[in-house]
Design a protein around this ligand. Sequence first.
Ligand SMILES: NC(=O)c1ccc[n+]([C@@H]2O[C@H](COP(=O)([O-])OP(=O)(O)OC[C@H]3O[C@@H](n4cnc5c(N)ncnc54)[C@H](O)[C@@H]3O)[C@@H](O)[C@H]2O)c1
Length: 348
Amino acid sequence: MNYYSRHGLIGPGDGLDSSRRSSETVSKTALVTGGAGFLGSHLCNRLMRDGARVVCLDNFTTGSFENIAHLIDDPHFATVRQDVCEPLLAEVDEIYNLACPASPPHYQADPVQTMKTNVLGALNVLELAQRRDIPVFQASTSEVYGDPQLHPQPEGYWGHVNPIGPRSCYDEGKRAAETLFFDFARMHGTKIKVVRIFNTYGPRMRPDDGRVVSNFIVQALKGDDITIYGDGSQTRSFCYVDDLIEGFVRFMRAPAHVMGPINLGNPGEFTIRELADLVVDITNSRSRVVHVSLPIDDPRQRRPDITRADRLLGWQPRIPLVDGLARTIAYFDILLSAGRKALPEVVA
Ligand SMILES: NC(=O)c1ccc[n+]([C@@H]2O[C@H](COP(=O)([O-])OP(=O)(O)OC[C@H]3O[C@@H](n4cnc5c(N)ncnc54)[C@H](O)[C@@H]3O)[C@@H](O)[C@H]2O)c1
């Protein structure tokens, strides 16, 4: 694999060999797959701030170069355009596997590619982790619980998932990836960390992302109708991105026997109608709220049980929805006024 940075083309064993550190403060090299996406770009920021070198691997299908443009001049950052379905070679000390489109319109656009990304991507990061004997982190999802019959959802709940519906490429793909992670841990002693992420929002979500928070904000800022699927009484929990990334980092630093799965999300539960009203309030928008039919297999309720994250990682979300929404709205306001798809670090 070759890495691209402002400082030239670097191959394995070359400039990013973590055994030859250029600075005392650089502790390790992390590979972040999906590093140009919403969560991945925030994770790259955080890891670099903590003194790591970062290799961001992305095929840029839903991610954006602008999300990482502010990092590209840093000699401790490199990016490589590659599909995670291709075998991986990299001299790194830890892996975060985030590569996969996360919003329904994007993952349903090519369901076969979504399933391949989940399964072959997991296999490739696991094989690399096993070869190098390094920890590997998997960004799994609350979608593994499907339309849950247990509320809130603890990690011991096995879920209620349709295996053949339009969401299955994502839900079942993530479940299969979890299976591979735990099989590698049992068969090879691979150091795994599996996190189940619940709805997360914040700056650097795409305006055309299709997820509820960005949809409502963009509609409110443009003065368009705010479209609620169904009657809006279905509930969701919303975690601000900084809280989530703190959980990622704590999990990776936790002792090796802490493998997960661990739920990370904000247990505050809101109806979709309440979310729409909050967004209209904060943006001072004149948008009307309209109702359209519910998508197939849309879950009725979602709320994480975060007892395990609290006990094992000392983690709880800190940022209330109203504050997180205000920060996210400020980002989208500048983004839309500038007619851009993403914005650099200065405002994110
Ligand atoms: N944001 C959330 O609320 C949420 C919730 C649950 C799980 N997750 C998981 O977290 C991860 C990141 O989600 P996000 O919200 O940042 O989504 P995103 O779409 O913004 O980021 C995904 C990134 O992966 C890249 N990618 C997609 N397929 C790839 C492939 N085959 N090879 C290489 N790169 C590829 C995309 O270009 C993008 O940069 C995903 O795995 C997602 O399933 C996110």
